[in-house]
Design a protein around this ligand. Structure first.
Ligand code: FES
Ligand code: FE2
Length: 468
């Protein structure tokens, strides 16, 4: 739409600015254009073309049309800025890599870095907890999709009762993928290959179209599902334990009074623990996230002197774990402000409470004195042992202007893209060399270890199950 409008506007500007000689040349070219015909009947004759041309050559009409198109274009851009939610989806190679000297593509670089880098003494690769699999809006009633999460293929569908179900994607009969061509019948999923039909809630096979009897053992692995805050989560526990915590409900999202202003998605090549550990790594804030956002996300340049070097982001932060029964929650209280030549700029302070709920969910609650309350939902989904999908969604109170919500999201994901360059290329250090001021990192590691259990999969085992 925007491209068409721009093209039309450019065409009219050319026409409006063209002098008579140029307009005559254009008219000559038009006369020579092949005219459309249908079964031998001329649909448009040259007189019609000439009349139309003369009509559009009228200066007043050109000007009016130009202004109308310009207004449409401006209105569309305003709509995008003020109303339409922001949507940013980055592939793995889009951010966080420095190209090799041999001019290979960033995609090759990303693959090379992943293959060559030292991984370090990694903790288990999949902690126990809730993981976002998709958004509520991604699944209509009767719709089924396949997702890869925790190294597994999972078929997720919304039954006719509106409830979301998830089962292992591969059919136990002959291995067809239920999410590719499977059909939702009532609250069951029917395999596209021979029609075996499995119940969504317990995975039991309820129908084999060509068999007299359905064997007792015919069933598929069901996953525990939760739908909250317009997101769909699955529960993973290496010891098969039931959920021992729930993601917190955000009232404004659940009751429908808040609006979503944007979504971003990034792929990260790192161990899942590296990302939340950032919250307790207070020292990196000023060095990595201090340079003004205009300085970009490529760490080779962010700290280089430039015209905007005098402007910096200032941070003060404190991380702590909550006591039982909320021991699965870690809280980062963060204050952000801007500084010019080291002096704090009034009115730029934003206080954020980031609640890390379990190993993969962060709710960043912000409250601005003018624009009201909102929340950024950050979700980490381990696709494979060292491949994460990170998503952000920003929601705001009804009186929060959309562009403010989008500005929060833009600021957040740009700052995260700086971390990405570290995460994608680093080694996990199990015994880091810390100074006293880094003590929160140790506390965070002890806190995070509660999400691992005896049978939590290690890198090699999880990787081997993928290499077939
Ligand atoms: S493979 Fe699914 S019914 Fe045969
Ligand atoms: Fe960071």
């Amino acid at each position: 739409m925007a491209t068409l409008t721009v093209l039309a506007a450019v065409g009219l500007i050319v026409l409006a600015l063209a002098d008579d000689t140029l307009q005559e040349t254009l008219a000559d070219n038009l006369r020579e254009l092949p005219l459309p015909s249908f079964v031998g009947i001329q649909l448009v004759d040259s007189a019609f073309i000439q009349d139309t041309w003369q009509f559009f050559r009228r200066e007043a009409l050109q000007k009016r049309t130009f202004w109308v198109l310009a207004a449409v274009l401006v209105a569309y851009e305003l709509y995008k800025l003020l109303v339409k939610p922001l949507r940013v989806v980055r592939r793995l190679e889009d951010r966080g890599y420095v190209p090799d000297q041999d001019e290979s593509t960033l995609k090759d670089t990303a693959a090379d870095v992943a293959r060559r880098r030292q991984r370090g003494d990694l903790p288990p690769v999949y902690p126990n907890g809730w993981f976002r699999i998709c958004d509520s809006g991604d699944l209509a009633i009767g719709e089924v999709k396949t997702f890869t999460l925790l190294g597994e293929s999972i078929a997720v569908f919304r039954g006719e009762n509106g409830t979301v179900y998830a089962v292992e994607a591969y059919c136990p009969h002959l291995g067809a993928n239920l999410g590719i061509g499977g059909r939702v019948i009532d609250n069951c999923i029917e395999c596209p290959f021979h029609g075996w039909t499995f119940r969504g809630d317990d995975g039991k096979c309820v129908r084999i179209p060509y068999a007299k009897k359905v064997p007792e053992i015919a069933k598929i692995k069901p996953w525990t599902i939760l739908e909250v805050n317009k997101l769909i989560y699955i529960w993973h526990h290496a010891e098969k334990c039931e959920p021992d915590y729930l993601p917190e409900e955000i009232e404004g999202i659940v009751d429908g009074s808040w609006r979503c202003h944007g979504f971003s998605e990034h792929m990260i090549n790192a161990h899942i623990q590296e990302v939340p550990e950032n919250a307790a790594d207070v020292a990196h804030l000023s060095h990595l996230h201090g340079p003004f956002l205009i300085q970009g996300v490529d760490l080779r340049y962010t700290n280089k002197p430039s015209v905007t070097s005098a402007l910096r982001h200032g941070w003060s932060a404190e991380w702590s774990a909550l006591p039982a029964p909320e021991a699965h929650i870690g809280v980062l209280n963060l204050s952000h402000y801007l500084t010019v030549f080291g002096f704090r700029v009034p009115g730029t302070t934003i206080d954020v409470e980031a609640r890390q709920i379990g190993p993969s969910i962060v709710h960043l609650h912000f409250d601005h004195c003018i624009f009201g309350k909102g929340v950024l939902l950050q979700e980490l989904s381990p696709v494979e042992p060292l491949l994460l999908k990170m998503t952000h969604q920003v929601w705001g109170s009804p009186w929060m202007p959309s562009f403010i919500g989008k500005l929060f999201l833009w600021g957040e994901y740009h700052q995260v893209e700086r971390d990405l360059m570290i995460w994608n290329n680093k080694r996990y250090v199990s015994k880091p060399m810390l100074v006293k001021e880094d003590e929160l990192i140790g506390k965070h590691r002890r806190w995070y270890s509660q999400f691992y259990s005896e049978n939590s999969p290690r890198y090699t085992a999880a990787r081997t199950s993928l290499d077939w």
